[in-house]
Ligand binder design. Structure first.
Ligand SMILES: Nc1ncnc2c1ncn2[C@@H]1O[C@H](COP(=O)(O)OP(=O)(O)O)[C@@H](O)[C@H]1O
Ligand SMILES: [Mg+2]
Length: 367
């Protein structure tokens, strides 16, 4: 089917190899990412949904009782499945880092030296930026994995959820940084680890974090020597993918003042990185059946129904104003496809519930 014959979400999915779902916590990002995976599978795609959120929400939304791990598992989509497939996983930073080390090491001995290093095991994974970089790295690895042709990313429920977009550039700059070069000196000049740890700058750092930590760190960077080129090259590839023509960014929002403010913040973050919002999903909308007749009917039941409709309509009007503010933001291009998903009677914990959300995403009212 040509893309223009499809409604907005199927068209977006057809034109993407990577789809990043962003938005603030609680608006339904994880639910949307999972439902988009279902929708993609129905269109014959082999989709993998990766969640960067350590909370078990994705497993919950997909109805996977044992939870998800770092390796993709196939989700049995049963009747809703077309010829496509749906897979899911939860990012594990440490395992991803280990894999990167193993892939870039000159030999097994170098990999083992690093993997066994105390600084690497205790500190490297929690350094600021590491988790974000590993998220971007994993996205790249999944994109290259022949099992999948669409990667859907569910970002964490925090304000810095899009920091992974900066991480590859930060890593590249870190590798070029004088301090990093200093740490690498022992191998360059044949110095002992302990000698390098007595360098004035490292001595100062050692007073704060402890001399042992510095010695471990120097040993780590010494073991790392020679791998920086591979890491840099990889970081550049990841940057290229994040800005690639088939990498799309979908903004999930809900029609309330506070969440619209947050959604505009995310749209601004994307704009800073020169990335466009490809579509907006407004989730948890109040269903609107229009304004009730001006005259309130007499009987108690009819009057209650009338009041109910009036209240829904008033709420929906307020929501429309909030959505107007969001779509009017300069960070969102005019005419960006927007799809509305109503609040369902209950939370989404099963594939059936997810299928309902999928249905609204597929052909829900758009503008
Ligand atoms: N349209 C909806 N109708 C009813 N419940 C929803 C809807 N969208 C999301 N939920 C529920 O709201 C909660 C938060 O959704 P989730 O997708 O985890 O949000 P986020 O990932 O943005 O933090 C979950 O319990 C989910 O089942
Ligand atoms: Mg979530």
């Amino acid at each position: 089917m040509p893309e223009e014959a499809l409604s907005p979400i199927p068209a977006l999915l057809a034109g993407a190899d990577v789809l990043v779902c962003c938005g603030s916590g609680g608006v339904g990002k994880t639910t949307t990412a999972a439902a988009l995976g279902l929708e993609a599978a129905r269109h014959g795609r082999r989709a993998v949904v990766v969640t960067i959120d350590p909370a078990k929400r994705l497993a919950d939304a997909l109805g996977v009782p044992g939870g998800l791990g770092n390796d993709p598992v196939r989700i049995p989509t049963g009747a809703v499945d077309g010829a496509g497939e749906l897979w899911a996983l939860m990012l594990d930073t440490a395992t991803t880092f280990d894999g990167l080390v193993t892939a870039n090491a000159a030999d097994e001995a170098q990999a083992e030296r690093i993997l066994a290093n105390r600084f690497y095991r205790n500190v490297a994974g929690s350094l600021s930026g590491t988790q974000e970089y590993m998220a971007a790295e994993r996205l790249h690895a999944l994109h290259s994995d022949p099992r999948f042709d669409l990667v859907i990313v569910d970002t964490p429920p925090t304000r810095n959820a899009l920091d992974f977009l900066d991480a590859p550039g930060t890593l590249a700059r870190f590798i070029d940084h004088p301090l990093f070069r200093l740490m690498m000196m022992p191998t360059r000049r044949g110095l002992k680890v302990l000698n390098i740890a007595t360098q004035p700058v490292l001595k100062t750092i050692g007073k704060v974090v402890g001399g042992d930590v510095v010695a471990d760190a120097v040993a780590f960077f010494q073991a790392f020597a020679g791998m920086e080129t591979g890491f840099r090259h990889r970081a550049d590839e990841v940057i290229t993918l994040l800005h690639g023509p088939r990498t799309r960014y979908l903004l999930v929002a809900s029609p309330r003042a506070d969440t619209v403010g947050e959604a505009r913040f995310f749209a601004g973050r994307l704009q800073e990185k020169e990335l466009a919002v490809a579509a907006v999903v407004v989730n948890r909308c109040t269903p609107d059946f229009g304004a009730p007749p001006a005259r309130r009917p007499r009987g108690t039941a009819a009057a209650a129904l009338h009041d109910n409709l009036a209240e829904l309509h008033a709420t929906a009007e307020v929501e429309r104003a909030h959505v107007g503010t969001l779509l009017g933001d300069t960070a969102i291009a005019d005419g960006t496809p927007t799809v509305f998903v109503p609040t369902l009677p209950s939370d989404v914990h099963t594939l059936d519930g997810l299928a309902a959300i999928r249905g609204f995403l597929h052909d829900g009212p758009s503008r």
